[in-house]
Design a protein around this ligand. Structure first.
Ligand SMILES: [Zn+2]
Ligand SMILES: [Zn+2]
Length: 266
């Protein structure tokens, strides 16, 4: 239990947030005992008149920030990287040899009577970032060896790579463009249909080689947060030890009992 070196007010009965630390005297002081001479002046130690700083330094706040952000973004990006690499590792097969129930990756030419088949607008998230928001309708995927109808209703949030036609804020896929799709083969009215879950402009464009290193980077950030928390904790424990040692010493803390407790208000 730490109290103010000057007046003996206990911090933890009130709030340790109010504790201030003097680096010269190595003691904690309360807000009352560090009142500046004039408003807007920095708080000063009532023993040495040196500046005092918040005892609960920004270390813990920084640690919580690093851990929370690092874990949240790291996990988000890690699962995205895993998902994209699973798409990329889905077996690529010719359209002519697909069967109902299979999950396959197909690469071919878009065929449709409605153009554009898929279209997007750029939704900016600020600071130069953003993403394409896609919409469109079903199309036939053509290979020399065969054709299959592609159901696009579930793939709109997983279209990767650079679209074949794009300006700064519009993009599209049209008849004649090549596209890679990953999905589940099914039958519909006697013919095959592919329920696509993702698409890419290029056959190798599903995976993102940068995604996993970035996710690991965020995990490293969370680890740094743990290090900051440990450092801050060790520092706080050291300060409490210093404080207790100092207030037992004779001198300006004479009003205290030998065990460091204040005998009465000085
Ligand atoms: Zn005080
Ligand atoms: Zn001081």
């Amino acid at each position: 239990m730490v109290d103010c070196a000057k007046c003996g007010r206990k911090f933890f009965q009130h709030s340790p947030v109010n504790a201030l630390w003097c680096d010269k005297d190595h003691v904690f002081l309360c807000r009352k005992c560090t009142k500046p001479d004039a408003p807007k002046q920095p708080r000063v130690c009532s023993f040495c008149s040196g500046r005092v700083s918040a005892a609960l330094s920004g270390g813990f706040a920084l640690a919580i920030f690093l851990i929370a952000l690092g874990l949240a973004l790291g996990t988000l990006l890690y699962f995205d990287a895993e998902y994209r690499s699973s798409l990329q590792s889905t077996p690529e097969v010719p359209v002519s040899s697909i069967h109902p129930g299979e999950v396959v990756r197909l690469y071919g030419v878009i065929s449709s009577s409605q153009d554009p088949v898929l279209s997007a607008y750029w939704q900016s998230s600020g600071k130069g970032g953003g993403s394409w928001v896609w919409s469109g309708h079903d199309f036939y995927l053509n290979q020399g060896s065969g054709t299959v109808l592609v159901d696009v209703s579930n793939m709109m949030s997983h279209i990767y790579g650079n679209p074949p036609h794009s300006s700064s804020n519009q993009a599209s896929y049209q008849s004649g463009d090549t596209i890679a799709v990953v999905g589940t083969v099914d039958t519909s009215g006697g013919s095959l249909i592919l329920h696509a879950q993702a698409a890419s402009a290029s056959d190798g464009g599903f995976g993102d080689p940068a995604a996993l290193p970035v996710a690991i980077g965020f995990y490293i950030m969370a680890t740094a947060g743990v290090v900051v928390a440990i450092y801050s904790y060790v520092k706080a424990v050291g300060r409490v030890r210093d404080h207790e040692k100092r207030v037992r010493q004779p001198g300006m803390y004479d009003y205290r009992l030998p065990d460091g407790r204040p005998s009465s208000s000085p």
